[in-house]
Write a protein that binds this ligand. Structure first.
Ligand SMILES: [Zn+2]
Length: 605
């Protein structure tokens, strides 16, 4: 008897499709009934197991769906951890200091001074010591030394590979696992042709009374200077940590992080050992409004990465006697195949974006009711899950949060208008879904191009493996797939940081810290929830791509940047007019202060 599972219930369909027009003999009939009986039992058992696993979420979703009282039901879709206020009285004293005009002036000067040193990083930077473009980092280190005297007289500093900065603030209790706080010194270069389009010169650090302007104001000098400022003012208050804090500042996050974070990771593995840190906090998610509600979304994973290079060769010659397809023509046909076959994307209940959606549905006051229903119902209905994907994946930004993406970003071939090109290549940039792997992506691309390689009679080699038939008659040309820039530049998707259960203590601590910072900075009732913390799914990568071995998967990408402050003026990250409202910067300093005090007081990390 065929059975379909719908909306959490077992529905029995008519048996007509299984019935034979002629009645079978009795023994055969018995066997058929026996088989159908077993099948039915199996389906019921499987269905029961699935329901048991999701039972409480399903129950909560149904209760939510049939209730109009959102205030009392939202917790069931997206539970929130308690607000965590540091017990140390210094917290209040430092907070009052941050609220003064005098401190605002110091904070502006700290960040503006850092912006004024143009620590640009480039994709093609040569080794440190050889490429003169690294020189500005020396100047940046001198600036930090002058700006933060107590940090430099109290913390120990190791320079890793000359420009990677590794500070250690030694705690008095060596039994407590240290915490790693990260940021990056480098900024994306200012495109020289756009320098004149900036409202204020890109490296001026100009303060207009509200905003601090310049490259790095948001990404990520505010993170680095925010951290240094928090520690400087804690030291001014005579704070001595019991837990050790380590600061790691990379110098080429905007490029490959090979010279900075990769070397810092090696150094930290040597000094502290594998999984030595309780958790890591680096740049990432922010505070922003979704569906009428304010959310903070710490990034709990990162997508994988692969730059796929496609090389095609075929015979050259005079272009007055051309073949049907030149090397460039063949490469173009291959690229069309990519764009005609995007990676399939499906909504799944185990993706981080799905968890974020549950929080949006639980708390977003202006979420359209059909979307809210699709999210809530999708927990127990595959049909609703599919419908949810259909609604959301109309927007490419949502596809990027869940699926593997591809973008043809580079192409080159040909040297002269009357000569047939012998070689041409292109690079396809892949961002790999957290539910996939680098190998799966390579296999997908290889399988997709097989028939075209055959059609054009090309020897096909994919990542060193010969795919085409080695006994085939001599080939017309070749097709080679490889990693575009260097060996092992590819990156697997990052492990997902736990957000519930006994391993979620770092996430719980961060959530409580976000709430405490948000409330106290706005003078709101301390213990209430005024911002919803939801697990976030970033689309880009950070220096933490190099730090997986240091904290047993406990990586949180968040620096409390208030994106709501950019409602009227765009933030300009990676483009012209990058800026940061001073109010948002002060709140970042306050966040780092609260995070350090809470981490120091916690005994269950
Ligand atoms: Zn950054």
């Amino acid at each position: 008897m065929p059975v379909s599972i719908q909306a959490g219930k077992t529905r029995i369909l008519p048996v007509s499709t299984l019935c034979s027009p002629v009645s079978p003999p009795t023994a055969r009939k018995k066997r058929v009934y026996h088989f159908i009986g077993l099948l039915l039992i199996a389906v019921v058992v499987v269905n029961h197991c699935q329901l048991t696993r999701f039972n409480s979420l399903v129950k909560n979703c149904k209760e939510f769906l049939f209730s109009n009282d959102y205030n009392h039901n939202n917790e069931k879709l997206c539970s929130q951890y308690d607000v965590l206020v540091p017990k140390n009285p210094l917290w209040k004293i430092v907070g009052e200091g941050i609220g003064t005009e005098e401190f605002k002036g110091r904070a502006v000067d700290w960040l503006a001074g850092a912006i004024q040193v143009p620590t640009e990083s480039y994709d093609n930077l040569g080794p440190i010591g050889e490429d003169p473009r690294w020189e500005t980092f020396k100047q940046f280190h001198e600036y930090l030394f002058k700006a933060f005297p107590l940090v430099h007289s109290t913390l120990s500093l190791t320079k890793v590979n000359t420009y990677g900065l590794l500070y250690e603030w030694k705690g008095t209790d060596s039994s407590l696992k240290p915490v790693l706080l990260a940021a990056h010194q480098d900024v994306v270069p200012v495109e020289p042709r756009t320098a004149a389009d900036w409202t204020y010169p890109p490296y001026s650090g100009h303060f207009d009374g509200t905003r601090i302007w310049g490259r790095g104001a948001s990404d990520d000098k505010s993170g680095l200077i925010g951290l240094m400022s928090a520690i400087e003012i804690l030291l001014e208050g005579d704070f001595k940590p019991e837990r050790t804090f380590v600061l790691a500042f990379g110098c080429d996050e905007e490029a490959s992080s090979r010279f900075g974070a990769q070397q810092l990771a090696k150094a930290m593995l040597g000094i502290y050992g594998r999984n030595a840190f309780a958790f890591i906090v680096d740049e990432g998610g922010d505070i922003s409004e979704h569906y009428g509600t304010v959310f903070a979304t710490p990034g709990v994973t990162e997508k994988g990465y692969l730059d796929l290079r496609i090389d095609v060769t075929s015979p050259g010659g005079h272009s007055s006697i051309p073949p049907n397809h030149t090397t460039i023509g063949i490469l173009s046909r291959l690229l069309v195949e990519f764009e005609n076959n995007p990676f399939p994307v499906e909504m799944s209940t185990d993706s981080v974006f799905y968890e974020t959606l549950q929080c949006y549905a639980g708390y977003g006051t202006t979420m359209p009711s059909d979307l809210r229903k699709a999210i809530v119902r999708s927990v127990y209905s595959k049909k609703a899950l599919k419908r949810l994907g259909d609604i959301l994946f109309e927007n490419p930004a949502n596809v990027a949060l869940v699926g593997t993406t591809q973008a043809i970003d580079l192409i080159q071939g040909g040297v002269k208008s009357n000569a047939l090109p012998e070689q041409a290549y292109a690079v396809v940039n892949h961002r790999i879904s957290t539910r996939s792997t680098v190998l799966e992506v390579i296999k997908h691309d290889t399988d997709m191009l097989k028939s075209l390689a055959y059609e054009f009679n090309l020897t096909f080699i994919s990542f060193g493996e010969t795919i085409s038939d080695v006994h085939a008659p001599s080939a017309y040309g070749s097709l080679v797939l490889s990693d575009a820039f260097m060996i092992n530049n590819s990156l697997a998707p990052a492990p997902i940081t736990p957000t519930f259960g006994h391993r979620a203590r770092p996430y719980e601590l961060l959530s409580g810290t976000i709430q405490a910072t948000y409330n106290s900075h706005r003078g709101l009732e301390l213990e209430s929830h005024h911002v919803v913390v939801a697990p976030g799914m970033p689309t880009g990568n950070t220096d933490t791509r190099r730090y997986w071995d240091l904290s047993d998967g406990q990586i949180l990408r968040y620096n409390h940047r208030n994106s709501l402050a950019f409602k009227d003026v765009a933030g300009g990250m990676h483009t012209i007019d990058e800026n940061l409202p001073v109010e948002a910067f002060l709140e970042m300093i306050w966040f780092f202060t609260t995070l350090i005090l809470n981490s120091d007081e916690s005994r269950n990390l």
